[in-house]
Write a protein that binds this ligand. Sequence first.
Ligand SMILES: [Cu+2]
Length: 134
Amino acid sequence: MQPRRVSPLVFVLAFTILALSGCFAPEDKPEPNEVFMEVGNVFVPQTIEVVAGTEVTWINKDGVPHTATADDGSWDSKYLNRGMDWSRTFDESGTYSYHCIPHAIEEGGEYRGMIGTVIVVDGNGSEGNMSSET
Ligand SMILES: [Cu+2]
């Protein structure tokens, strides 16, 4: 019986692809309602758009702690270590700017560095149809 021969190159290529993907889970990508905190102090995606009522989950994929903290201070994940997650449901449409406390600096009300944005739109497509503006 002929032994199955697979070129060692196949293994090398497969390993390289997995290694380059950041870890050994090839499908480790954020879901539409997820934001990853990743190596290099970045939120991925940096801007996420969701329908009102969606629960957004931040997951720390990095080895150092991060936070997701609203620029206006109205919500805060507190420090998340690797593998930890935190969720918040966005019921009101609008644009929510947030940052990571240890990796962003504030200058004149604007944050720079590890920053992100959550854009919340109305589910029925009637953006701007808020109760305050009749
Ligand atoms: Cu951070």
